[in-house]
Design a protein around this ligand. Sequence first.
Ligand code: BMA
Length: 930
Amino acid sequence: MSLCMFGYTLALATCWLGVQAFVRVDLSGDDWVVSEKTKGIRVPGKVPGSMYTALQDGGIIQDPLYRDNDVTYSWVGRGDWTYSRNFSVTSDVVKAGQVWLICEGLDTIATVIVNGQEVGQSENMFVWSAFNLSGILQVGNNSIEVNFKSAVKEAAARTNKSDYDIPPACPQAAQHGECHVNQIRKEQCSFSWDWGPSFPTQGIWKPIYIDAYGRAVIREAAALVKRVNTQWQVDIEVYLDVDNEAEVKGRLDAAIRDFNLSFSQDLSFSKTKNSFKINLIVPEDREVPLWWPNGYGNQSLFDLEVLFTSGGDTSSKTLRIGFRTVELVQVPVSNRTEHGLSFYYKINGIPVFLKGSNWIPADSFQERITIDTLRFLLGSAANVSINSLRVWGGGVYESEEFYNLCDELGIMIWQDLMFSVALYPTYPEFLSSVATEVSQQVRRLKSHASIIVWAGNNENESALKQNWFRITSNYSRYYDDYVKLYVTTIKPIVEQEDSTREYLTSSPSNGKETEKEGYIAQDSSSQLYGDVHFYDYSVDQWNAQSFRIPRMATEYGVQAWCNNESLSRVLEPSDLSMESEMVNHRQHHPNGNQEMADEVKVHLNLPGSSDEKSNFVDFIYLTQINQAMCIRTQSEHYRRYQSQLLPDGRGLTMGALYWQLNDIWQAPTWASIDYEGSWKMLHYYARSFFNRTLISPYRLKDGSVDVFLVLDQLPVVEVRGSDGTLSFRLANNISELVKLGLSASEASEKLQAVKEASSGSLRVQIYDYISFNPLHTWTVKYNLKTAAESVFTKSVSDLLAESGCPSAENCLLHLTATDSDGLVVSTNWYPLAYPRSSKLKPAQVKIASVTRANEHTVDIEVSSDAIALFVWLSVDNVRGHFSDNGFLLFTPSRRVRFYASDTVDVGYFSSHLRVRSVADVKTSDVPIVG
Ligand code: BMA
């Protein structure tokens, strides 16, 4: 019997609640009315939903994302909106011992009225509430009304009430946003961000329903998987909603059927003792398939069923759990304390390099984020070998579907709590609301294998220390507030809820060192501790020497425009020019368009034809090249440092999470996938720079070219040198892996993978741009002992002299790694000079043929009469991605595949397919083609 058979399915893999003698009246759906008194507006509404989508569906407003409608519709967020509907209930509901209205999420300042009586209030978007309806409902027709107050007005009112300023007051002017969002517990980016519009939503953004039952039902259940000595233990917690008056007797059952494990006990609960903990221990003779991050192995997941029966009430919840350990290792990297501490994650005992990105809300209107959207975005991440994402603190705690998909795809989650780039109030009601929020959210999410860490906020430690908000004269007050919020209030709650993961107060932080220094470190961006965020638009980001060497980079990014086709959905053709009002309007990062132009100029030539539209389209393409190359250079740089410790203590870099994966609207941002789901050039490049085997060419300080091989997804183990120096090496015997808890078969499989990947040969070929034939080939054999090693170094003058290449401007390197069987495992390329000064030939790149491979796949043959750089394919109005894009074409032709999300019509596809290369950019003065 499925425990969920009576249930209402809240999410993919979670059956929230199913009750036999109990009735659930689901109030979600289309039957709501959304209204605003002062404007006399009444439109049909959907729940879950927000007033913006209701107004758009009702024809009152147009597409909010069109041109500058974010500003045009600012009146919407400043009004007070009401959601109301009628519903009917039967006598079972009215007569039940317990009748509760469950609101899983109200956005944000809300008063709930049922049959004319106020039943409760809510002021935190991230908490669920249960409001008592006993004695309020009647058989037959009833009404419910949720009155929302404008979050914008409430934020201002709270600011006026505050005894002191809590900065920042307002976002930068370029964001066209609303002020004081830090005053309310609401998605912080909904008042605008440097990549997103201001849509301060109101609405019932999560399911809403009435639960009627006898005495008690399960309201929450969670599980933590632990390894205790040599056994797996599952700590299950069950929280009940219990009758106010009486003690309730009942039976609690829990089972993991795959392991034939179960628990059953008679228990009594009361209003004061409404939770219970069970430990299920998996006997040692049961083989437990482990959960691994993407690329390291399977993501084995198992159903854990929990059931409570009491009298006629039966309620249940099914959780999906994975067996894995997670450990954040912060230990001295050498005998010298000034060298700092390591900062890396071990999953199942194995250090893993976090290859990833940052996640922002996928839409301003949460109700528009479908499971398909999540599948597409997270699938696109996994597709380019991303194994980790940071859920950033200015958005929302994501949906159950989101975390379920991350569990299934092996995407590890760095979970921020929702505080970002601001100081926050600490008056008692605020702190108590935060306390409820944190305990509810950690409890909701902690069963997910994918989550590996909780972090209190985004960048607030840095903001305070580096005086971003000019508060030095009052530092101690804000410092006290900081400690009150993230340390005194939040930390004990997270630690009590979850003993299996670390709580870090901020990202970036210095980890343990931050704690030691009273939670605000002297140098919160230290390379010797914790994680860093890196942004510097003034340095040359195509040159690896510009970067720092931290333990982990959890943010670094460069802007680029979204794809031209995506922009055309919301801008008019007349808007598409470099200096147009709308092009400036979409840029929320002050001076961002100029900054991009300046970055482009260092490496490529800016467009300069007399046709403004073509200039702008060229500019979009150039910003994407620049972004892809910058993030490629920086990501490869971090991966190269994973096995090296420098004499000054820097190194052992174990994570690279670029900013940002996805977009919230069509604009210039740091994202690698745009709002319409098109991959920007960066996303294609991520596939290569996060490839399992990476060939990484770069310039040393002295200008010579060094080439690293970086291996991933292999077991590495820690080693201490005789001088106490920490390093990692590839595992080389079974027993060291078995000791970590791996089964003998898994250990031997992993060692076989090390054997296959660690040796092979690297071919370095040098091409003159004038010919498809290489001038020279160097071949070196490699046999790596660590995951990242230099395998080839040569000065540019030797490269030129040995090959006969006339100058660095004439040539590029193409690199190929082959394994011991001669199979190609990786390729990469590297221009010896920036394209701006290179002697490229004016390549004519063409589509030679388009053929249908199957319903969803098209093969494209691209041809060229000369070596072409950054060959870019685009197809308007067909969702999907190419097997490669933005690539170097160094052969006369090449085949590329397109994977369409839907059935593809080849005729339509061909007529909408375009190809270009950098030679097609129309420059004015200095031609890009020499
Ligand atoms: C970091 C992030 C975001 C921001 C990004 C780009 O500071 O945490 O707040 O959008 O940089 O500026």
